[in-house]
Design a protein around this ligand. Sequence first.
Ligand code: NDP
Length: 374
Amino acid sequence: MSSNRRSTGMTRRHALQSLALAGAAAWMPRGIANTPSRKIGVALVGLGHYSRDLLAPALQLTQHCELRGIVTGSPQKVPEWQAKYGIPDRNVYSYDDLHRIADNPDIDAVYLVTPNHLHKPHTLIAANAGKHVWCEKPMAMDAAEGEAMVKACRDNKVQLTIGYRMQHEPNTRRFMVMAKEQPFGRIIKLRADAGWFGFHDGPTDAWRTKPEFGGGAMYDMGVYCVNAVRYSSGLEPLAIRAWDETIRRDIFPGVDETMRFRLEFPDDIVAECVTSFGRNLNVLQVDCERGWYMMSPFQGYEGNAGRASDGTVFEPQLGKTPRMQAEQMDQDALAILNNAAPRVPGEEGVADMRVLDAAFASARGNGARVEIAR
Ligand code: NDP
């Protein structure tokens, strides 16, 4: 029997029933029987779109977190944030004095929501200050940076979690269980496409179009594909071939607008993926020996839904935006409060960065086969 083939001895209907229960159990807040009285004080680092429109509103919905601090390079943003969220002067920082957060007992965790090139330096400062680190995707610019971030947090005995919000979404968690249970038999092929049509006004100063900031579709959306085929298979990929299919080179002079890639997993399982800033893409499909299941959208803020070849329907869960972000931060807070392993530790980000490193190397070689480091 191949290493990823598992026989459950159950009928497919029984398997799906148990998966429904497992899916439900998987997204029930951990520690619900013993809800901690203390809340985790969070400082948002970088007050751009995702902090302003998603995370700060989500923090108002959490049970186990409180927005207590802000870190910004834009002093003009401070008064509005202070007024809206009641943040005292003592909890306002610039990037240059972030290290001073070590002396602030109000803040337990910093959430890094800056352009990607800043994730590593700010993780090191926050970890050395003794604060837990929640870091947005992509974790870093490459796997070496990610490994340094994991080490800094381990050395300082603080948690490092990655903002892969989908791993807190119930249908996604059900797919993760199905990777183990294999209700339709052995997985043969996966497909994950993630992209959005942006930058249609032409060349721009946006950091997502610049290599030195970690711009490009692969860093921004390709990580959703990579993470999805990893959690949907429960396996680590062995090798990759990738092709940079950028069309609007005037807008994306040094980064990928569109990347197509093919991952090889153990047991001849393959994953075909496309990520793009020039196309709206949002589908995850798992083809198995005796059927299939899929989700589309699979990485939306809400409405992630799907179906399976036997008629099973995966209804949208969690409710309206920003419930998913609230669920993610509550789970990450409970991991800290309970001194338990977080659902999405830094190592999960490193595994994806290894795939990205190999993808970029392959694309430079026009689709050459590149083995993925372990
Ligand atoms: P924005 O450009 O909207 O905001 C980034 C913020 O970072 C800026 O507003 C600024 O805040 C700060 N910043 C610090 N240095 C720079 C710099 N040199 N150039 C530009 N901004 C700088 O980006 P997003 O909020 O969309 O993305 C931030 C991070 O969040 C990225 O890593 C992205 O991948 C991730 N993200 C994750 C999502 C998810 O669903 N998980 C969704 C969207 C983004 P200030 O002025 O306060 O210093």
